[in-house]
Ligand binder design. Sequence first.
Ligand code: SAH
Length: 250
Amino acid sequence: MQQHVERTLSTLAACALAAVLGAGSPAMAQEPVAAARQKMIQRIELHARDATEALGRNHIDPEVLEVMSAVPREEFVPEDQRAYAYDDRPLPIGYGQTISQPFIVALMSDMAAVGPQDVVLEVGTGSGYQAAVLARLVREVHTIEIIPELAASAKERLRRQGFANVESYQGDGYYGLEEAAPFDAIVVTAAAGQVPPPLVAQLKPGGRMVIPVGRAFALQHLMLVEKDQGGALRTRQTLPVSFVPLTRAP
Ligand code: SAH
């Protein structure tokens, strides 16, 4: 179970290590990026196999893995974390926030079961990495971030890298994004105490929401919320996870 948890402690340990090694951690920094990415994909595959029981299957959609082997994760982490960009763990991105562990990004993208015509909402842009991965799988991604500095830097990063089908917004994603709703899928990358009702309302019939639910800084579970054609909800709990909390605008 420990393996499935994005651990704050391991992030702190990573920070300490990064501080000791400095930005250009020799062995890792010199590893060719393509090889590092392939190793990351292999770790994700192993991790998925380990989590078979909780997931109800033993693999991640190959299309998700293909996209993740093409998106340059090193561009989404701060300079001093680049050496660790392809480690299968969350990394600090400033303002007390993290870029999610690659396995979790793969899992959430997979659970959202998106298609090429879909319009998707992400709550919690952070670095913009999850939005970038989704952008390669769907028609349009709308992503909202509550911390103005992170919203601005992710927007610029996504623009610079040519993710033309991502719209970035700054605001409280608890309320979703009325102007772009309804969505085929909603991916929430911060933990909520409960599934926010405005997000349920903005999900299309037949749509799916992936959201970590649980108390802040305690154990949470990754939930899959499915809305059927009649609007009824079905909820399934999958892996235990640990996300930063979904905060609320004052
Ligand atoms: N998806 C991100 C992970 C970011 S961590 C990535 O790929 O890098 C979660 C993010 O959610 C943080 O940046 C945090 O500031 C943001 N967040 C927390 N509460 C929020 C809210 N109510 N609305 C929008 N964003 C929120």
